[in-house]
Design a protein around this ligand. Structure first.
Ligand code: ZN
Length: 209
Protein backbone atom coordinates (compact mmCIF):
# COMPACT_ATOMS: atom_id res chain seq x y z
CA UNK A 1 0.00 0.00 0.00
CA UNK A 2 1.24 3.43 -0.88
CA UNK A 3 1.57 5.41 2.27
CA UNK A 4 0.99 8.91 1.00
CA UNK A 5 -2.58 8.93 2.18
CA UNK A 6 -3.31 11.28 3.76
CA UNK A 7 -0.77 13.48 1.87
CA UNK A 8 2.01 14.15 4.39
CA UNK A 9 3.22 17.52 3.17
CA UNK A 10 0.03 19.46 3.67
CA UNK A 11 -0.91 20.14 7.28
CA UNK A 12 -4.62 19.90 8.00
CA UNK A 13 -6.52 23.20 8.09
CA UNK A 14 -9.43 21.80 10.11
CA UNK A 15 -9.72 20.54 13.67
CA UNK A 16 -12.19 18.30 15.40
CA UNK A 17 -13.72 20.04 18.41
CA UNK A 18 -16.10 17.43 19.83
CA UNK A 19 -17.79 14.10 19.13
CA UNK A 20 -21.04 12.76 20.55
CA UNK A 21 -23.71 10.10 20.07
CA UNK A 22 -26.67 10.97 17.89
CA UNK A 23 -29.58 8.55 17.86
CA UNK A 24 -31.82 9.25 14.81
CA UNK A 25 -34.97 7.85 13.24
CA UNK A 26 -32.70 6.01 10.78
CA UNK A 27 -30.41 4.51 13.42
CA UNK A 28 -27.62 5.19 15.90
CA UNK A 29 -24.97 7.59 14.60
CA UNK A 30 -22.06 9.56 15.98
CA UNK A 31 -21.77 13.27 15.28
CA UNK A 32 -18.52 15.28 15.17
CA UNK A 33 -18.05 19.04 15.03
CA UNK A 34 -15.12 20.46 13.07
CA UNK A 35 -13.94 23.98 12.56
CA UNK A 36 -11.74 25.53 9.94
CA UNK A 37 -8.40 26.91 11.14
CA UNK A 38 -8.33 29.57 8.40
CA UNK A 39 -11.92 30.82 8.24
CA UNK A 40 -15.06 30.91 10.35
CA UNK A 41 -16.50 27.89 8.58
CA UNK A 42 -17.84 25.01 10.67
CA UNK A 43 -18.58 21.45 9.56
CA UNK A 44 -20.54 18.56 10.95
CA UNK A 45 -19.81 14.89 10.33
CA UNK A 46 -22.50 12.28 10.85
CA UNK A 47 -20.86 8.87 10.91
CA UNK A 48 -21.20 5.29 11.93
CA UNK A 49 -18.85 2.34 12.44
CA UNK A 50 -15.06 2.15 12.46
CA UNK A 51 -13.16 4.38 10.05
CA UNK A 52 -10.27 2.42 8.57
CA UNK A 53 -7.85 3.77 5.98
CA UNK A 54 -7.92 0.83 3.65
CA UNK A 55 -11.52 -0.23 4.00
CA UNK A 56 -13.45 1.44 1.16
CA UNK A 57 -16.09 3.38 3.07
CA UNK A 58 -19.31 5.09 2.00
CA UNK A 59 -19.03 8.86 2.23
CA UNK A 60 -21.10 11.82 1.18
CA UNK A 61 -20.22 15.50 1.09
CA UNK A 62 -23.60 17.10 1.65
CA UNK A 63 -23.92 20.83 1.14
CA UNK A 64 -26.39 22.42 3.49
CA UNK A 65 -29.76 23.13 1.92
CA UNK A 66 -31.95 24.70 4.57
CA UNK A 67 -35.02 24.73 2.34
CA UNK A 68 -34.67 21.08 1.33
CA UNK A 69 -33.05 19.51 4.43
CA UNK A 70 -35.21 21.24 7.04
CA UNK A 71 -38.38 22.52 5.39
CA UNK A 72 -38.86 19.63 2.97
CA UNK A 73 -38.81 21.83 -0.15
CA UNK A 74 -39.50 19.91 -3.33
CA UNK A 75 -37.74 22.50 -5.53
CA UNK A 76 -34.62 20.32 -5.19
CA UNK A 77 -33.67 16.79 -4.18
CA UNK A 78 -31.30 17.63 -1.29
CA UNK A 79 -33.47 16.45 1.62
CA UNK A 80 -34.26 13.02 0.16
CA UNK A 81 -30.58 12.62 -0.88
CA UNK A 82 -29.41 13.31 2.66
CA UNK A 83 -31.86 10.84 4.15
CA UNK A 84 -31.06 8.23 1.51
CA UNK A 85 -27.36 8.59 2.34
CA UNK A 86 -28.11 8.06 6.04
CA UNK A 87 -30.11 4.94 5.21
CA UNK A 88 -27.32 3.57 2.99
CA UNK A 89 -24.76 4.10 5.77
CA UNK A 90 -27.06 2.50 8.34
CA UNK A 91 -27.45 -0.50 6.06
CA UNK A 92 -23.70 -0.77 5.36
CA UNK A 93 -22.92 -0.41 9.08
CA UNK A 94 -20.23 2.20 8.40
CA UNK A 95 -19.82 5.48 6.58
CA UNK A 96 -19.66 9.24 6.98
CA UNK A 97 -21.54 12.31 5.79
CA UNK A 98 -19.62 15.59 5.87
CA UNK A 99 -22.26 18.30 6.19
CA UNK A 100 -20.78 21.43 4.75
CA UNK A 101 -22.51 24.72 5.51
CA UNK A 102 -22.15 26.18 2.03
CA UNK A 103 -25.82 26.96 1.49
CA UNK A 104 -27.04 27.53 -2.05
CA UNK A 105 -23.83 26.23 -3.71
CA UNK A 106 -21.85 28.68 -1.58
CA UNK A 107 -23.88 31.90 -1.92
CA UNK A 108 -25.69 31.80 1.45
CA UNK A 109 -29.35 31.37 2.37
CA UNK A 110 -30.48 34.96 1.80
CA UNK A 111 -28.90 35.07 -1.66
CA UNK A 112 -30.42 31.69 -2.38
CA UNK A 113 -33.86 33.14 -1.66
CA UNK A 114 -33.03 36.03 -4.03
CA UNK A 115 -32.18 33.41 -6.65
CA UNK A 116 -35.46 31.60 -5.96
CA UNK A 117 -37.30 34.90 -6.55
CA UNK A 118 -35.61 35.15 -9.96
CA UNK A 119 -36.57 31.55 -10.64
CA UNK A 120 -40.20 32.44 -9.88
CA UNK A 121 -39.87 34.82 -12.82
CA UNK A 122 -38.55 32.15 -15.15
CA UNK A 123 -34.75 31.91 -14.70
CA UNK A 124 -33.22 28.46 -14.12
CA UNK A 125 -30.93 27.77 -11.14
CA UNK A 126 -27.71 28.53 -13.06
CA UNK A 127 -29.05 31.71 -14.76
CA UNK A 128 -30.38 33.00 -11.44
CA UNK A 129 -26.96 32.69 -9.74
CA UNK A 130 -25.31 34.38 -12.70
CA UNK A 131 -27.84 37.24 -12.74
CA UNK A 132 -26.95 37.86 -9.09
CA UNK A 133 -23.25 37.95 -9.99
CA UNK A 134 -22.31 34.59 -8.48
CA UNK A 135 -20.57 31.68 -10.11
CA UNK A 136 -22.95 28.83 -10.92
CA UNK A 137 -21.17 26.83 -8.23
CA UNK A 138 -19.03 28.59 -5.61
CA UNK A 139 -18.36 25.60 -3.37
CA UNK A 140 -14.98 24.30 -2.28
CA UNK A 141 -14.29 20.83 -1.03
CA UNK A 142 -10.64 20.80 0.12
CA UNK A 143 -11.49 20.97 3.82
CA UNK A 144 -14.16 18.30 3.43
CA UNK A 145 -11.44 15.99 2.11
CA UNK A 146 -9.21 16.93 5.05
CA UNK A 147 -12.00 16.03 7.45
CA UNK A 148 -12.27 12.59 5.86
CA UNK A 149 -8.49 12.13 6.30
CA UNK A 150 -8.78 13.23 9.92
CA UNK A 151 -11.60 10.74 10.43
CA UNK A 152 -9.07 8.08 9.38
CA UNK A 153 -10.29 7.44 5.83
CA UNK A 154 -8.37 7.18 2.56
CA UNK A 155 -10.36 4.87 0.33
CA UNK A 156 -13.88 6.01 -0.25
CA UNK A 157 -17.05 5.07 -2.04
CA UNK A 158 -18.57 8.44 -2.78
CA UNK A 159 -22.32 8.87 -2.79
CA UNK A 160 -22.65 11.72 -5.29
CA UNK A 161 -23.88 12.62 -8.75
CA UNK A 162 -21.58 15.64 -8.94
CA UNK A 163 -18.36 15.12 -10.95
CA UNK A 164 -16.86 18.36 -9.57
CA UNK A 165 -17.07 16.98 -6.04
CA UNK A 166 -15.48 13.72 -7.15
CA UNK A 167 -12.54 15.36 -8.86
CA UNK A 168 -12.01 17.78 -5.95
CA UNK A 169 -11.82 14.89 -3.49
CA UNK A 170 -9.43 13.03 -5.76
CA UNK A 171 -7.21 16.11 -6.18
CA UNK A 172 -7.10 16.45 -2.39
CA UNK A 173 -5.64 12.92 -2.25
CA UNK A 174 -8.56 10.64 -1.41
CA UNK A 175 -8.83 7.40 -3.34
CA UNK A 176 -12.22 7.04 -4.89
CA UNK A 177 -12.77 3.34 -5.35
CA UNK A 178 -16.39 3.74 -6.44
CA UNK A 179 -18.99 6.32 -7.22
CA UNK A 180 -22.25 5.20 -5.67
CA UNK A 181 -25.16 6.83 -7.46
CA UNK A 182 -27.69 8.39 -5.15
CA UNK A 183 -30.95 8.90 -6.92
CA UNK A 184 -34.21 9.62 -5.30
CA UNK A 185 -37.69 9.92 -6.66
CA UNK A 186 -38.02 13.61 -7.53
CA UNK A 187 -41.37 15.30 -7.11
CA UNK A 188 -42.58 17.41 -10.02
CA UNK A 189 -41.17 20.90 -9.20
CA UNK A 190 -37.68 19.41 -8.88
CA UNK A 191 -37.72 17.92 -12.37
CA UNK A 192 -36.76 21.17 -14.12
CA UNK A 193 -34.06 21.86 -11.50
CA UNK A 194 -32.60 18.38 -11.94
CA UNK A 195 -32.58 18.74 -15.71
CA UNK A 196 -30.63 22.02 -15.31
CA UNK A 197 -28.15 20.31 -12.97
CA UNK A 198 -27.67 17.57 -15.53
CA UNK A 199 -27.40 19.80 -18.59
CA UNK A 200 -25.58 22.85 -17.21
CA UNK A 201 -23.60 21.52 -14.25
CA UNK A 202 -22.75 18.09 -15.64
CA UNK A 203 -24.41 16.05 -12.89
CA UNK A 204 -24.57 12.34 -13.61
CA UNK A 205 -28.29 11.92 -13.35
CA UNK A 206 -30.28 9.33 -15.08
CA UNK A 207 -33.92 10.15 -15.42
CA UNK A 208 -36.53 9.90 -18.08
CA UNK A 209 -38.70 12.72 -19.28
ZN1 ZN B 1 -31.55 21.82 -2.11
Amino acid sequence: MDDNCPPKKRPLTVERVATANLPTKVGEFRIAGYRSLNSREEFVVLFKGDMERHVPTLVRIHSQCLTGDVFGSIKCDCGPQLHKAMEMIEEAGRGAIVYQQQEGRGIGIVNKIRAYALQDEGADTVEANEQLGFAADAREYQQCAEILFDMGLCEVRVMSNNPDKLSALEEAGLRIVERVPIEVQAKQPAAHYLRTKKEKLGHLLDFND
